[in-house]
Design a protein around this ligand. Structure first.
Ligand SMILES: [Zn+2]
Length: 330
C-alpha cells in the first residue's frame, strides 16, 4: 500500500511510463517514505502484469523474484555495513563512514550493459545517493551519461546538495511531498501508534521517522533524560553520563540538541517545536537562562555532533557536554 501522501505523485509518474526520464532523483527530508516509494515504483516497472493504476501485481514471476531479493534485472545500492566494507577491495578496511563504494558502482556497469533477463526493464535504486563516495560518483556519472535502453535509475536523496552537480543535471529531480500534520498523525494512529503528535513533532513532521521514535523504551529513556535536563540544579551529570554512554549516545545528543532548540524557541517565540510533552518545563527554564550562553552552547554542540561517529571515550564526552550544559543554563 503506497503511503497516502505519495499517491498523487505515484499517479502522475505511472500515468505515462513510456515518458519516464532515464534517471529520477527522489529528494526530500528523511523519513517521509522515499525509499518505500522507490522500491514500490521499481517493482511496478518490473512487474509483468501491473494493474491499470500502475501498481505491481504481487503475483507474477518478477514480483516473486523481487520479494526474494533475486530479480536479475534489479539492483539496490546502499552503503555497506562495516563488515562488508572491510571485505571490499576499495578503501582501507578501517574506513568508518558508511558509503557506497566504486566496486558497487562498477558491478552496476556490467549489469546495465547486459541485455535484461526478462526482455523488459532494468531498474537500479540508489539509496541514499549522497553516500556515493567521490570515486563511486564519478563511475556512476559515466553510466548515466550513456543510458542503456529500458534502464531506469531511481536515486533517493535526503541531502541532494551533497550530490555531484553533474549527477543532478543528468537526473530529473522530484521533490517528495511531506504529509500535512493531520494526515501524518492519522496515518500513525492507523499504524497503532499512541503518541502520534509527540512522535511526529520529534521527527520534524516525517511520519516514518516518527514511527521509529514510537518505541516505548526509547520514549521512556528520553523522558528520564529530559526530566534531568529540566531540573539543572538537581542534575547529577556524572551519573547521567555514565548511563548514557552505555546506551545510545547519538540519541542523547539528538535529545539535547532538540532540547536546546526548544529552550531558545520558548524564550524567543513562546513556541515548542519538538518536545511537546515538556512545554511547561521548557517555558519555565527558558525564562531563567542566559540566552546568549545557551545559543553559544547549542552551536558548540552542533560542532561536536559532527565528530560524534566514533568517540574515543563516550562517557567522558557526554560528561563534558553535560557539564557545559549546566554551565550554560545555571
Ligand atoms: Zn507482478
Amino acid at each position: 500500500m503506497m503511503h497516502p501522501w505519495l499517491v498523487p505523485l505515484w499517479q502522475g509518474l505511472s500515468a505515462q511510463p513510456e515518458r519516464l526520464p532515464h534517471a529520477l532523483l527522489l529528494e526530500g527530508p528523511r523519513g517521509i517514505g522515499k525509499r518505500d516509494f522507490a522500491l514500490a515504483f521499481a517493482q511496478a516497472l518490473l512487474c509483468e502484469t501491473p494493474s491499470s493504476d500502475g501498481h505491481a501485481c504481487g503475483q507474477c514471476v518478477a514480483c516473486h523474484w523481487l520479494a526474494q531479493d533475486s530479480h536479475p534485472d534489479f539492483r539496490l545500492l546502499e552503503p555497506l555495513t562495516g563488515e562488508e566494507e572491510g571485505a571490499a577491495e576499495d578503501g582501507p578496511p578501517t574506513r568508518k563512514r558508511r558509503e557506497i563504494n566504486i566496486a558497487q558502482v562498477r558491478a552496476l556497469a556490467d549489469f546495465v550493459n547486459l541485455s535484461s533477463h526478462r526482455a523488459g526493464s532494468r531498474v537500479v535504486v540508489i539509496h541514499p545517493a549522497e553516500t556515493l563516495n567521490p570515486a563511486a560518483s564519478n563511475a556512476l556519472l559515466k553510466t548515466l551519461e550513456e543510458p542503456s535502453p529500458n534502464t531506469h535509475f531511481l536515486l533517493v536523496s535526503h541531502q541532494p546538495h551533497f550530490l555531484l552537480p553533474t549527477i543532478k543535471s543528468r537526473s530529473f529531480s522530484l521533490s517528495m511531498p511531506q504529509p500535512s500534520p493531520a494526515l501524518a498523525a492519522a496515518w500513525l494512529k492507523d499504524q497503532g501508534i499512541n503518541e502520534a503528535e509527540l512522535c511526529l513533532a520529534l521527527a520534524g513532521g516525517a511520519p516514518l521517522l516518527a514511527r521509529d521514535f514510537a518505541d516505548a523504551d526509547y520514549l521512556k529513556e528520553r523522558r528520564l533524560f529530559l526530566s534531568a535536563l529540566q531540573a539543572p540544579k538537581q542534575l547529577n551529570w556524572l551519573a547521567l553520563a555514565e548511563q548514557g554512554a552505555r546506551a545510545d549516545l547519538a540519541a542523547r545528543f539528538d535529545w539535547l540538541q532538540k532540547w536546546l532548540y526548544d529552550l531558545v524557541s520558548s524564550r524567543l517565540a513562546k513556541h515548542v517545536r519538538y518536545n511537546l510533552d515538556f512545554a511547561p518545563g521548557l517555558q519555565e527554564l527558558a525564562a531563567r537562562v542566559n540566552l546568549p550562553r545557551v545559543q553559544h552552547f547549542a552551536r558548540e554542540l552542533a560542532q561536536i555532533k559532527r565528530r560524534l561517529q566514533h568517540p574515543l571515550n563516550p562517557q567522558l564526552l557526554l560528561e563534558s557536554v553535560l557539564l557545559s550544559y549546566l554551565t550554560a543554563v545555571n
